[in-house]
Design a protein around this ligand. Structure first.
Ligand SMILES: NC(=O)c1ccc[n+]([C@@H]2O[C@H](COP(=O)([O-])OP(=O)(O)OC[C@H]3O[C@@H](n4cnc5c(N)ncnc54)[C@H](OP(=O)(O)O)[C@@H]3O)[C@@H](O)[C@H]2O)c1
Length: 451
């Protein structure tokens, strides 16, 4: 059998990417207060587990696919761009314990290139630099240094991510990015893996934009870290109760969301900064792309003068157009190291709206496709629902399930809209690196990534 990993991108075996649209299914899940919606006698975790231990992590993440999907039979070589940054370090930590992915190449700025990783990085994680990457020499972010990789994860600064990620896609590499640069591209999916993995269906169209069409290269982005945290409960509510009409969100965002060294200590200590440049616009726009669907229509002539009549179709993101959704965001930086907390109020289109108890039950029962399919990094509980009046809290709840799910509490009636709640998401885990990794796992299981 040929070793595809060693071939240059142009020599790799090509397959037609399969479309990855699947129905979401609802599964049994648990409320943390002990209420099992489907089976009231089932045992439940009595306390919230706070751990970063890989062995504990694997006990809830390494599960076989439940849908007959095959896990890859051999390790998959991956690269990390921006490997020295805040998100890059989280990638390195997660990938060092990953059941399928093996880090083969690391990239960062010319300042870091040429040094072994342990010397290039200003390591800020609570576990040591993984043995497997300590001596790996950091390279400049050029595709030729990543030729053996099937997948490249990007934690690049947005100032440079655009050109670099574009070059990697053109070299037929599958890029999973955390940067904002391609999120608004009409051919690039913006995927929160616990919400809209079905948007991977646009990848074949993205590849045909190139001449000749790309065989295995594409870009998938994940969302802004605050968007990610709150669209997960919003998706659960829309699945259970139909479209939302209006959402108000006020964020309290951790310092690590600004990268390293982030906000100056004299600015953030004993303080709240009621402005994060560009953040409110990102949340308001990204929510519509993520919660909206993909529409298919007959292709237009190249000159835009009419339909081709060839039966060829094009896909587009509908931005929730069938049920217009108004989103208003207010963003604040607060003196918390990791974990974005958000206060959210929603109005449903349906009248009468669901009660807070119905919303709680729908959140706890929410099971995204990534879980059903058996993505190894998907959390067991996409949404953990707290009954205690003073939870979630970033210091207590940000590492639950290794930061791969979100925690919701204080679900109650809103006197202005319908229902309000608080959600906490770990901004560097599900808000960044974990999302990219689950997106890649899902794409592998659906054969969107060419192995
Ligand atoms: N932090 C979060 O919670 C979070 C959440 C979601 C999304 N994001 C997004 O993820 C990306 C990374 O964020 P971060 O917080 O990890 O930022 P960061 O800590 O500032 O890291 C930036 C990375 O980009 C590299 N880089 C800078 N200039 C470069 C160049 N000219 N060529 C190649 N590499 C270069 C840096 O390498 P050197 O070390 O060599 O300079 C570093 O590895 C950003 O686009 C951010 O918006 C961040």
């Amino acid at each position: 059998m040929p070793d595809f990993a060693r071939m240059s991108p142009t020599k790799r075996k090509t397959r037609s990417p399969k479309r990855a649209v699947s129905d979401r299914t609802v599964d049994v899940d648990l409320l943390l207060d002990g209420t099992d919606i489907a089976t009231p006698t089932a045992s439940v975790p009595a306390t919230i587990l706070v751990t970063d231990s890989p062995s504990v992590r694997s006990s809830f993440t390494s599960k076989p696919p439940r849908t007959g999907m095959q896990h890859p039979s051999a390790p998959i070589k991956v690269g990390v761009l921006g490997a020295t940054g805040t998100v890059g370090q989280r990638f390195i930590t997660l990938l060092s314990a990953h059941p399928w992915f093996v880090v083969d190449a690391l990239g960062a700025s010319p300042r870091s290139a040429g040094k072994p990783y342990r010397l290039a990085v200003n390591w800020k994680q609570s576990t040591p630099v993984p043995q497997a990457v300590r001596e790996v020499v950091v390279r400049e972010c050029k595709p030729e240094f990543f030729a053996e990789c099937k997948i490249v994860f990007s934690g690049l600064d947005a100032d440079v991510a655009g050109e670099i990620e574009e070059a990697f896609r053109a070299a037929d590499l599958a890029v999973f990015s955390n940067a904002k640069n391609f999120r608004r591209d009409p051919h690039v999916p913006l995927i929160v893996p616990l919400v809209n993995t079905s948007h991977l269906a646009i990848i074949p169209q993205q590849q045909t934009l190139f001449s000749p069409p790309l065989k295995s290269g594409f870009i998938v982005t994940n969302a802004n870290c605050s968007t990610t945290g709150y669209v997960i409960p919003l998706a659960a509510m829309e699945r259970a109760f139909g479209p939302l009409e209006a959402v108000m969100v006020t964020t309290m965002q951790a310092i690590s969301g600004a990268g390293y060294p982030g906000v100056a200590s004299l600015d953030i200590m004993d303080n709240i900064i009621p402005y994060i440049s560009g953040e409110e616009e990102k949340i308001e726009w990204e929510t519509l792309k993520i919660l909206g669907g993909l529409t298919t229509s007959e292709a237009e002539d190249a000159d835009g003068n009419g339909k081709t009549g060839t039966g060829t179709t094009t896909m587009a993101f509908d931005m929730h157009a069938a049920h217009p959704l108004r989103v208003s965001a207010s963003c604040n930086r607060v003196p918390v190291i990791d974990g974005h907390t958000e206060c959210v109020s929603v109005r449903f289109a349906r009248r009468p709206p669901p009660s807070p108890q119905q919303v709680r039950e729908a959140l706890a029962a929410y099971t995204p496709d990534a879980q059903t399919l058996g993505c190894p990094s998907a959390p067991r509980h996409a949404v953990v629902v707290h009954e205690e009046p003073d939870r979630p809290q970033p210091r207590l709840d940000r590492y639950y399930q290794d930061g791969a799910g979100v925690s919701v509490g204080r679900v109650r009636q809103c006197q202005v809209l319908d229902v309000k709640f608080v959600v906490l998401a770990n901004n560097v885990s599900i808000g960044a690196a974990t999302s990219s990794i689950i997106n890649a796992e899902y794409a592998v299981l659906k054969n969107v990534v060419q192995l």
